[in-house]
Design a protein. Structure first.
Lengths: 256, 384
């Protein structure tokens, strides 16, 4: 079976800086895989290429059999890749629910005239989307009283939850999480880890995450790819990666 | 319930709107059919419509537009071209007539019913609005403003020098000579023709209906999928794109919707003025409409309505009719009208100091202002 996502020799060069260098990478269906690496290794740049925010300088990315290299971000989302951001990017003045409603934009069809006339179809769509936003927020475990709270007033952990709910609302096949446990305490991290498994097992989602918390990474990932200075230096299951001297070196420096 | 509590509750708001609307409908009955107050009111209605149109672009989508006068011009010329003697020789001297009164039936040129022209003006302005939006798509903030400013000027210049642009025997615009007279609205079914020379009431009521339509469109768009998309891209383009919002389409729809409403207002005012003169379409008018939006509170529909109402009233009534001779009572040798833009400038500065979010700010805009929400980051790389 072909993998869900396949990146072949993808590079990104900013001026003279090679941020990502010929990375080849696969994500099998219904797996949870991680990208790790020291700061500045090119992880987020790689994410941005997968989601269309950056255009790869060279290389190709295929998702579910279609070439998505340099496709527009909204098209990529519609194709089934949703993401969260390292520094949470909610629409700050919208309520939690509205944020999740925006997340369903690509799955809606209401146009200008339909919206002005508020046709029965648009009306039905609006209430469906409203309801689904509630379901998604419930799924990520946001307290019901916070649904209509303005995003900027939510606690940090709740903001992370809402961002995941917004991504899930677009009905993705592949969910990209950029440091989802940043700023979480160990209990919250554990809960998120369990939640990721649940998403995979019950909703057939494939998950790719960038993560610094090694406990989370080692606990949840089936495969780990290690980037350093834009290059893939190791790949394999957690035990293999942990034992790889190159990885140890990248994180701790060369032994004198 | 306190008075302000009542004003904030849903029923309270409905009641207030109903009372204001009723007063607005009855307003003409308080004056003579040709009273100055009627003339003023008609302009106020048209200006509020324009401010509400601009509010979609600036207030909802957050795209600063300094060339909105272009759509006033386009709307006005739509009616100038489609409902006057301008194209005299067309149709073998007989002219082209669509659902017009017997009086107009006999004149040459193109004469399409006023209400059909409104629709045409909307479509033409929307298309041009989207076209003007195209070059701004990769820009942000101030740079968008500069491009729109240039387009406003281009349209203004074309209007001014359009008498030199000829095709066959026709001039494009007549420039400062103006296209005049322009057809008055006509209701084919009831065979009733408005005539601004005798009675301003029908014009007023037509304007009121058009304003209600404009308000309706504003509200419906704000509370729609598109309205949410506008707020999203206004606050964070990167997140909006990654959340599935097509940036180009969403921005162009904002430009087009805003332009369409400006086009309607322009056509209405063109017919009422009975002349389309290039002098009407100057840069200062764009700023004037923008000032209404800012004064009232960007993005807030009622705020913008109030802001536009206030500035239009000052511009058309208080300065020229009430206080015009004020300087002379202090022994000064000028009329207050000569100072009108100075006065608007002063009001804007005052608002910026005392209440930068506008008179009746929208909740989100206020948050954005106080919490510093929003990024200037653009999706630089993504193909548009």
């Amino acid at each position: 079976m072909t993998p869900l996502l396949q990146a072949s020799a993808v590079s990104k060069i900013f001026g003279g800086l090679v941020a990502v260098n010929e990375v080849t990478f696969e994500i099998p269906h219904k797996s949870i895989v991680s990208i790790i690496g020291p700061n500045g290794a090119g992880k987020t740049t790689f994410f941005n290429m997968l989601t269309g925010l950056y255009r790869p300088t060279t290389g190709m990315i295929a998702f579910d059999g279609t070439d998505i290299t340099a496709m527009r971000p909204d098209r990529i989302l519609a194709a089934g890749i949703a993401r969260t951001f390292q520094n949470i990017r909610l629409f700050a003045t919208m309520s939690a629910r509205e944020n999740v409603m925006v997340g369903q934009h690509a799955r809606m069809s209401g146009g200008v005239f339909g919206s002005i006339l508020r046709t029965p179809k648009v009306r039905a769509e609006e209430s469906r989307v409203h309801e689904k936003a509630g379901e998604m927020l419930e799924l990520v475990g946001l307290a019901r009283k916070e649904y209509d709270q303005t995003a900027i007033n939510l606690s940090y952990g709740d903001q992370r939850r809402v961002e995941i709910a917004r991504a899930l609302a677009s009905e993705p096949q592949l969910l990209l999480l950029d440091e989802p446990t940043a700023g979480m305490n160990p209990q919250e991290s554990d809960r998120l880890t369990a939640f990721m498994r649940e998403l995979r097992d019950e909703r057939d989602l494939t998950i790719l995450l960038i993560e610094h918390d090694m406990k989370v990474v080692m606990g949840v990932s089936e495969r780990i790819t290690v980037l350093d200075h834009g290059e893939k230096i190791a790949e394999g299951d957690p035990t293999e990666v942990r034992a790889n001297p190159l990885v140890v070196e990248a994180y701790l420096g060369k032994q004198a | 319930m306190t008075a302000s509590g009542f004003a904030r509750s849903k029923n309270g708001q409905r009641a207030i709107v109903a009372v204001v609307l009723l007063l607005a409908v009855l307003y003409p009955l308080a004056f003579d059919t040709l009273a100055t107050q009627m003339d003023v009111a008609i302009f106020v209605l048209a200006y509020v419509m324009m401010a509400l149109g601009l509010n979609i672009v600036v207030g909802f989508a957050g795209l600063l537009d300094l060339g909105y006068v272009a759509f006033y011009a386009i709307g006005a010329y739509s009616i100038g071209w489609l409902a006057s003697d301008h194209f005299t020789g067309i149709g073998g001297e007989k002219g082209i007539h669509v659902l017009v009164s017997d009086f107009v039936q006999s004149s040459s040129g193109i004469h399409v019913n006023f209400f059909l022209v409104l629709v045409a003006a909307m479509i033409i302005a929307a298309v041009l609005g989207a076209l003007i939006g195209l070059p701004t798509l990769r820009l942000r903030g101030d740079y968008i403003a500069i491009v729109t400013l240039a387009f406003g000027e281009i349209i203004g210049r074309i209007a001014l020098n359009g008498d030199e642009i000829t095709f066959g025997q026709y001039q494009l615009t007549n420039g400062q000579q103006a296209i005049s007279p322009v057809d008055q609205p006509f209701l084919p079914g009831v065979n009733y023709e408005f005539d601004s020379a005798f009675n301003l009431r029908p014009y007023y009521w037509t304007g009121l209906v058009l304003l209600c339509f404009t308000l309706f469109v504003n509200f419906r768009l704000r509370d729609s999928r598109l309205g949410r998309a506008w707020i999203a891209l206004r606050e964070d383009e990167v997140a909006a794109a990654s959340t599935g919002i097509p940036l180009v389409r969403t921005k162009l729809l904002a430009y087009a919707a805003g332009a369409a409403l400006g086009g309607i207002a322009g056509a209405f005012l063109g017919s009422y003025n009975n002349a389309i003169n290039s002098n009407q379409f100057q840069f200062s008018f764009s700023i004037f409409v923008l000032a209404m939006v800012i004064l009232g509170g960007m993005g807030s529909i009622w705020g913008v309505t109030a802001g536009a109402f206030a500035l239009a009233l000052i511009d058309r009534y208080l300065i020229p009719e009430v206080f015009d001779d004020l300087p002379s009572t202090f022994g000064l040798d000028f009329q207050l009208t000569q100072l009108s833009f100075g006065i608007f400038g002063f009001l804007l500065v005052l608002i910026m100091i005392l209440r930068p979010e506008g008179l009746f700010p929208e909740r989100r805009r206020k948050l954005e202002l106080t919490e510093g929400v929003g990024t200037d980051e653009t999706v630089y790389e993504a193909r548009m």
